[in-house]
Every structure is written in structure tokens, then in C-alpha cells.
Design a binder for this molecule. Structure first.
Ligand code: KG4
Ligand code: ZN
Length: 334
């Protein structure tokens, strides 16, 4: 049987990524991050779209080269349809449509959130039922993946996403955007000695907007008496904020996994790169005897390997898309 070769394209936010997956195996996964947004303290949608336009063609050429193939070997093109920034999504989708028409091969639209879940299945096959915590800059969801591969949303954030809370509180501390990696690094040398309230939200839901406000007022009060407060306590502040967020994620994850009799627990999305979250999840899984599924760092943040992998599974089911589909800023997972 001939090989199934999928080209995956991801451009939902500020990372352009292209990947080649052959028979389910990742052969290349190139990610070009847009550093321009750092100086604005957040993603500027128009700038993001323009940079995707500049990057996507050379990145695609490079991804094919690294995989050791040419365009003529491709079986289908998989592309992120949403959720994301419309302008950014449009670049990847237009490119994918054009390529699929020229090469006369199928087009496969992919839900970015489903693809984050599939990132857990790239290098291993976690046993089901699986509870997956998807935590990124835009989303915080607890999902149940049952034996028939049905995905059910058990809970989600009622306001800010965990990554958004990290980025916004990090901004208050003067950290560069996105604050996650820097906060993670600084927290390693600090103590979680400042206590911020943890939102009491029902079921498996989360709320992080209160944390942002309490950090804002706490810093304002401390800076009034000591203008050097942030500088002198930066590591401890990072450790305290990160600890608050990780503890609330782990608490809900444990609750859901017990209630749903999960055998595996996984984390996906940009915040799953966080070292404290990875460590605490491993400890939790050892405590309960759960299988622990933590993707490698290049599959945590936005990447096209997860899009191409989702495309591969859809290809096996003959789930192809019309080339008239439009991007979706909101695209619920189920
Ligand atoms: O999945 P992702 O790349 O893009 C979205 O779909 O949002 O996630 C980006 C988020 C940002 O909020 C960033 O600060 C966070 O992931 N992040 C981290 C770490 N690396 C990235 N948060 C905590 N610790 C990290 N090491
Ligand atoms: Zn993402």
C-alpha cells in the first residue's frame, strides 16, 4: 500500500508552522515564532497575518526538504480552520486551498483544539478513557476522551485562560510577552510565599480573572511603600503566581479523573510546557496509578505536527473538506 503523506499547516495565532507526517510518523515540524509582538506586549493581529504571508512559502519548502520529499508525494493537505485570529487563519487556509487545487489532492480542515488533544498521540498511544487538560493562551478545558474516541468537554474557564492569566500577570511584573517561559524560569529560583486567592468555581470549571486583579492590587499596595518591591521579589512573585495557577489546574484535574474513572491523564497546549505543571502531574499520576501523558515541548505550543496528525486520522476516515470552507474565530471542540 502506498504511503499516506500529509502536509500540515498551522497559522491560528502568532506561530507559523508546517509539518510533514508520513503514515502517522512526524518527518518534519518547523515552527517560526513571531517575535515582533513582544514589543507590543501582546499579539497584534494585522502584524501576525502579514508575517504569516512572508513566512509560509519558505517554511513549507523547508519542511518538505527536511522530510526528504517533494510536493508530488503529498496525499493531502491538513490546515487549521479555527479557533484563532481570522486574518492569521486565512493565510494558512488560502495557502492550503491553493496547494490542494494545484496538486489535485484533498484538503482536510482541522479543529486546533482537537489537534492539541491529538498531540498526546503523536509519540505514544495513551490508554482510554483519558482526561486531557488543554491549557494555552486562549483556552483552558478539561476533556474526557472515551473508548470510542468521543471528546466531551467536562469543564472550562469562565473568563481568562490559564496562559492569558500568566501573560497578563507577567506583564504587571514587567516580563516580556508571552510571559509563560520567563515566569517558569524565574519561579525555579523563588518560593511561593505570597498567597493569592484561588477562585471557588463549581464542577470542573476554572476562573483566573480574580487572580489577575488581586495581583494588581497587591503590587500597587506594595509598590506604594517600596518602589523596588517587584525587582527585589521577582522570583518569589513568579513562583507564587505560577503555584496558584498550577494548584488550581491540578485540583480540578484530579477531581475529574477520579469522578470519570480515567486510566490516563494528559496535558496539552502551550502552558503544558510549564515545568511545575509537568512535575505535579507526574506526582499526581504516581499517587493514583494513572498513566501520565506529557507531550514533548515542541508538541506543547502551537505546531503543525499535531495538525498533520489530525489530518492523517481524518484521511483514514475519508473525512475530506470542500475547498469553500471559511475560517472560524470560534470553533467549539464538540
Ligand atoms: O498553545 P499556545 O502556543 O498558543 C495558543 O493557542 O494560545 O500557548 C501559548 C501560551 C502562552 O500564554 C504562553 O505564555 C504559555 O503558552 N506558555 C507557558 C510556557 N510556555 C508557553 N506557560 C507557562 N510555562 C511555560 N513554560
Ligand atoms: Zn494552541
Amino acid at each position: 500500500m502506498s504511503k499516506i503523506t500529509i502536509l500540515g499547516i498551522e497559522s491560528s495565532c502568532d506561530d507559523t508552522s508546517v509539518s510533514v507526517v508520513i503514515d502517522g510518523e512526524v518527518k518534519s515540524n518547523l515552527i517560526s515564532s513571531q517575535w515582533i509582538h513582544k514589543k507590543f506586549g501582546g499579539v497584534v493581529p494585522e502584524a501576525a497575518s502579514r508575517l504569516h504571508v512572508e513566512t509560509i512559502v519558505p517554511l513549507c519548502d523547508q519542511a518538505l526538504k527536511e522530510a526528504g520529499i517533494t510536493k508530488s508525494s503529498l496525499s493531502a493537505i491538513a490546515v487549521t480552520r479555527g479557533p484563532g485570529l481570522i486574518g492569521s487563519l486565512l493565510v494558512g487556509i488560502s495557502f492550503a486551498k491553493a496547494l490542494s487545487i494545484c496538486l489535485k489532492i484533498p484538503l482536510i480542515e482541522v479543529n486546533h483544539l482537537q489537534a492539541h488533544v491529538l498531540s498526546l498521540f503523536i509519540d505514544e498511544k495513551p490508554l482510554l478513557p483519558l482526561i486531557c487538560l488543554t491549557v494555552s493562551g486562549g483556552h483552558t478545558q478539561i476533556l474526557l476522551i472515551s473508548e470510542n474516541f468521543k471528546i466531551e468537554v467536562l469543564g472550562q474557564t469562565l473568563d481568562d485562560a490559564a496562559g492569558e492569566a500568566i501573560d497578563k500577570t507577567g506583564k504587571l511584573l514587567g516580563l516580556p510577552y508571552p510571559a509563560g517561559p520567563e515566569m517558569d524560569k524565574l519561579a525555579k529560583n523563588g518560593q511561593a510565599k505570597f498567597k493569592f486567592p484561588m477562585a471557588k468555581v463549581n464542577d470542573y470549571n476554572f476562573s483566573f480573572s480574580g487572580l489577575k486583579t488581586s495581583v494588581l492590587y497587591f503590587l500597587r499596595d506594595q509598590l506604594n511603600s517600596n518602589p523596588q518591591f517587584i525587582k527585589e521579589n521577582l522570583n518569589d512573585l513568579c513562583s507564587s503566581i505560577q503555584d496558584n495557577i498550577v494548584k488550581s489546574l491540578i485540583t480540578k484535574l484530579e477531581l475529574a479523573a477520579i469522578d470519570k474513572n480515567a486510566v490516563s491523564i494528559g496535558i496539552a497546549g502551550g502552558v503544558s510546557a510549564n515545568s511545575q505543571l509537568r512535575k505535579e502531574l507526574s506526582i499526581l499520576c504516581i499517587k493514583h496509578g494513572w498513566n501520565c501523558s506529557i507531550p514533548k515541548l515542541s508538541y506543547c505550543t502551537d505546531n503543525a505536527a499535531m495538525i498533520a496528525t489530525a489530518g492523517y486520522y481524518k484521511f483514514l476516515q475519508f473525512e475530506f473538506s470542500e475547498d469553500s470552507f471559511l475560517p472560524l474565530a470560534r470553533y467549539p471542540i464538540s
